[in-house]
Design a protein around this ligand. Sequence first.
Ligand code: F6R
Length: 250
Amino acid sequence: MRGEKMKVNKVKNMDVIQVKDYAEMSKVASDIVLEKLEKIKQPVLGLATGSTPEGLYALMRKAHEEDGISFRDVTTFNLDEYIGLAEENEQSYHYFMNDKLLNHIDIPKHQTHIPDGLATDLEGACASYEKAIKAVGGIDLQLLGLGVNGHIGFNEPGTPVTSRTHIIELDDITRKVNARFFEHESDVPTQAVTMGIGTILEADHILFVVHGEKKADILREVINGEVTKDVPASALQLHPNVTVITDVSL
Ligand code: F6R
């Protein structure tokens, strides 16, 4: 499929690529990521966790293992991390990223960044995260999933559009939905560190992947509704270069 032209519908500011299923969504997303790596000498990728990008990460691993694609010159910044979980904790986003992608490609570990949910000075760590993104010249391609409550990163409803990397109190809905990764719902941390919406909107290009009927209503609201902090992802309407890849019919 790589190199083939996908049908793109313009909806407001967004390029929407309608795909038939999860596999195709992952493939189209992977083609866009790999194309960026080809075009940009020292690409900076913003990465997400969760179920949605797992297929994409599997294809990125495959590109490295089978096609010899190198990630040596790539720098990554993840969107978020739970507060209080160590890197070795299987539910931490550090663990997820190492397990699904970073341990399987040739990216130097010092070029990978994930917010530190164990920092003693969390506020200071948030400010340093912002500085580190600026220091490499900003994010070239930011991958985003969509929460059923409209969150991007862990920017829950009510988060200002200008927000920078910050500490957030997780929504009850988010904790319920993410409980599937933990033994008990009460084990889901109550707080996280997340890149802000303002931080996300500074990326050159946003790749927004949304899968499944359970996200249909919220995705329609994100794209067709008003920009409101009640639906954090609606802020993407303010960005000039968003590509949505989805199997949801809009
Ligand atoms: C994770 C993140 C979240 C997820 C969202 C969707 O780093 O930033 O915004 O993208 O909660 O999660 P899944 O893909 O599990 O449905």
